[in-house]
Design a binder for this molecule. Structure first.
Ligand SMILES: Nc1ncnc2c1ncn2[C@@H]1O[C@H](COP(=O)(O)OP(=O)(O)OP(=O)(O)O)[C@@H](O)[C@H]1O
Ligand SMILES: [Mg+2]
Length: 232
């Protein structure tokens, strides 16, 4: 049984339909990349799973149970964590306080402040600093660390590379690499196709709210991706 099983997921903003009858599976411990052009529906898809955008109950199964439309807090408690685009840190709080906010659901598990600092040593040095005074890369590390503190079974990251220097992006993916598999599946939205392919087990390409390509990341060709991306 898949950890996440999405069947016939549609999502709307008022009259505007952003997702059309989408199907996607995420196995236990699997790392999936989602790629696609601007406006393809990538963020909406993650938000529907995380309870930020409404979804029909039966369209999203998590651990075999329907979770579509549940509130975000309930979903965090079940093990679904979203690192949103733009990070959404608490500006008035320190690094450490931001990280502790991720633990409010008190799911049992291996993650602790010490473990997050082990993954991102820079954050230990800066733990008393206000989150908004950090560099963009450090803020992204806090956002990921905060999500890990909820002990997720599914970690979803929306464009962690956005606006960051290549060396910082490499640093963050290097830190995430050892977390792949084990007890946590990952769903990563990534604009950098090379990064998406090399980091994931499988990938999905979205186009105008539909899945235009899916396959093993090592098996999909540049031509397939290009056609699925642009609809050529
Ligand atoms: N709050 C909203 N209200 C109305 N329409 C929205 C809203 N959020 C997104 N949309 C629309 O839904 C579609 C999908 O948006 P979404 O943000 O999911 O795309 P995306 O693939 O994440 O794009 P990007 O790569 O630019 O982040 C777009 O046409 C967008 O304009
Ligand atoms: Mg987006």
């Amino acid at each position: 049984m898949s950890l996440v099983d999405i069947r016939g997921l549609s999502a709307c903003y008022g009259d505007f339909q952003a997702l059309f009858d989408m199907t996607c599976e995420v196995g236990e411990g699997e790392t999936i990349a989602i790629i696609g052009a601007n406006g393809a529906g990538k963020s909406t898809f993650l938000k529907a799973i995380a309870g930020v955008v409404p979804a029909p109950s039966e369209a999203i199964l998590f651990d075999g149970k329907p979770i579509g439309g549940l509130r975000s807090m309930e979903l965090v408690a079940r093990g679904i964590a979203l690192v949103p685009e733009g990070r959404c840190l608490f500006a008035s709080l320190s690094v450490e306080e931001n990280l502790l906010m991720g633990a409010y659901a008190k799911r049992p598990g291996e993650w602790s402040l010490a473990k997050v600092y082990g993954v991102f040593p820079r954050l230990r040095e800066r733990r008393h600093q206000s989150a908004t005074t950090l560099s963009g890369g450090e803020q992204q590390m806090v956002a990921i660390g905060r999500a890990l503190m909820s002990n997720p079974r599914l970690l979803m990251c929306d464009e962690i590379s956005l606006g960051l220097a290549p060396s910082v992006i490499a640093n963050i993916y290097q830190a995430l690499g050892p977390l792949k598999g084990r007890h946590m599946a990952m769903l990563i939205v990534e604009q950098d196709i090379h990064q998406a392919v090399s980091f994931s087990d499988r990938l999905y390409c979205f186009q105008e709210g539909r899945v235009s390509l899916t396959g093993q990341s090592t098996a999909v060709t540049h031509a397939q991706i290009s056609s699925a991306y642009f609809g050529a």
